[in-house]
Design a protein around this ligand. Structure first.
Ligand code: KIV
Ligand code: ZN
Length: 515
């Protein structure tokens, strides 16, 4: 008997973006969507189009370019949401509308202030409206994990009759435990007379650290779609992590009667891209994608692995896209070698200008750092394309004095639309002084919400990748910079965020928008 297909529905761009501070610009969403498509994700939930003009544009931009994955938009069970969602998805090759309404007693009474029969009617109407635009309609009874089974069965049966093709069961507040959640799925499939007309899906939150366990238990009980996010990003404690779900299914084929279509070698690429863009660093001991996930420190383990890898390893690092830290280029490498290395990494440029910019940055980097790895190239290209996007502010030069017993001082020249300005400031440290000096010129009124530094490869000559998150009037923007000098990387990240904030398309964070 051939194994079933387990549909992987990625919601990094929607639920993932609901993590406080994880807002993404339209272009960043498109970059992540392309990486997800390449990884062969089945469905990409790109956003919540009614939430804001910016999110509408982002969903539309994703729908316009993605060809091999279905693109999905979220909508409440309301006509205006569904119309907006359909409009954003109109160019998608395979559009899906995902509509939801809460079904738990607490949500119906306290949040919606609606009677159960009215909720049921609104759910059915919403599914019918969505079917007017596409035959690929998903319905979610929000807070299903705390809903009453009889009512849940009534709602689901009715929405399947109305045309829903996927029924997604969310554990919205991360309250369920694996055995209970698995039997909920089993009960629903067994009790609902038309359950064979829809795919059952699950969407688990990680408040008790059980999102992946609950999702896997649901799969063992008949769910054939899992909603998940890269690095487990998501509202509050996050959603089930895509890489953990996918690798558990693949590694434990003896326990699951299904398979995903995911190209697992793309996992690291997606993980790095998402952490770089959102500034949410991956903890070192995170399963699959953490820096230590495949590192063996103890002598006994190292000895065992050298004798036979399977003594302590259940997966191969290469299978999830960990590279061997290949030294790919050096100071003397030319443009052709550079281009061909990027091709190996599947990095493409939109224009010759972008390639030239990346090449000149590579030359600068190669002067400072003799061995250039895959990771360096990825960071460099991402930095080159982000800096090209809008260069209203540009760092021309920076000098920082930091000495024991002295107050750090930053002196810099910043160009604003090509005109150069000098600035200098002291600060509690070199980065603080640098940011204060930039603000002397920009006077942006922003608040610094996050500052994080990660090294891209190992060693003290590694590039530092910096994320700076700024907030202005409810809009939250992440800027990135990478350099072997982390103060320069920090200045570039700050300036990148300021440039992004100037673009009105880079919208408010969805959580700040009153839908
Ligand atoms: O957690 C949740 O209930 C959701 C729904 C919109 C599916 O994100
Ligand atoms: Zn959710």
């Amino acid at each position: 008997m051939s194994a079933d297909k387990l549909i992987i529905f990625d919601t990094t761009l929607r639920d993932g973006e609901q993590s406080p501070g994880a807002s993404m610009t339209r272009d960043e969403k498109v970059r992540i969507a392309k990486a997800l498509e390449k990884m062969r994700v089945d469905v990409i939930e790109a956003g919540f189009p009614i939430a804001s003009q910016g999110d509408f544009e982002a969903v539309k931009a994703v729908a316009d370019v993605i060809k091999n994955s279905s693109v999905c938009g979220l909508s409440r069970a309301l006509q205006k949401d569904i119309d907006r969602c359909a409009e954003a998805l109109k160019n998608a090759v395979n559009p899906r509308i995902h509509t939801f309404i809460a079904t738990s007693p607490i949500h119906m009474q306290q949040k919606l202030r609606m009677e159960p029969d009215a909720v049921l009617e609104q759910a059915v109407n919403a599914v019918k409206m969505a079917r007017g635009f596409t035959d690929n309609v998903e319905f979610s009874p929000e807070d299903a994990g705390r809903s009453e089974l009889d009512f849940l069965c009534r709602v689901i049966e009715a929405v399947i009759d109305a045309g829903a093709t996927t029924i997604n069961i969310p554990d919205t507040v991360g309250y369920n435990v694996p055995e209970q959640f698995g039997s909920l799925i089993k009960n629903l499939i067994e009790r609902i007379p038309n359950s064979d007309k829809a795919v059952f899906s699950v969407h688990c939150h990680n408040d008790l650290g059980l999102a992946v366990a609950n999702s896997l238990s649901a799969v063992q009980n008949g769910a054939r779609q899992v909603e998940c996010t890269i690095n487990g990003l998501g509202e509050r404690a996050g959603n089930a992590s895509l890489e953990e779900v996918v690798m558990a299914i693949r590694t434990r084929q003896d326990m699951f009667r299904c398979n995903t279509g995911i190209d697992t070698t793309q996992i690291m690429n997606c993980s790095r891209l998402v952490s770089g863009i959102t500034g949410f660093a991956v903890q070192p001991n995170k399963a699959i994608v953490g820096a230590n996930a495949f590192a063996h420190e103890s002598g006994i383990h190292q000895d065992g692995v050298l004798k036979n890898r399977e003594t302590y390893e259940i997966m191969r690092a290469q299978d999830v896209g960990w590279s061997d830290n290949r030294i790919v280029l050096g100071k003397h490498s030319g443009r052709n070698a550079f281009r061909s290395c990027l091709k190996d990494l599947d990095i493409e440029f939109d224009s010759e200008e972008a390639l030239n910019e990346a090449f000149s940055r590579f030359k600068e980097l190669a002067d400072k750092k003799h061995e250039i790895y895959d990771e360096d190239l990825r960071a460099l290209v991402s930095e080159a394309s982000s800096q090209l996007a809008d260069e209203h502010y540009k760092l021309v030069s920076l000098k920082v004095c930091s000495e024991t017993g002295e107050v750090p001082l930053a002196e810099m020249i910043v160009s604003v639309d090509g005109q150069e300005f000098n600035a200098s400031s002291t600060g509690s440290g070199p980065v603080d002084a640098t940011f204060k000096a930039i603000e002397q010129v920009a006077n942006s009124g922003t608040k610094l919400k996050l500052y994080s530094v990660n090294n891209i490869t190992t060693g003290t000559d590694s590039q530092g990748e910096v994320t700076v998150r700024l907030e202005l009037d409810g809009r939250i923007i992440n800027g990135q910079g990478a350099d072997t000098d982390i103060v320069i990387a920090s200045a570039n990240a700050y300036i990148h965020a300021l440039n992004l904030l100037r673009n009105p398309d880079n919208r408010e964070h969805p959580q700040h928008v009153n839908v």
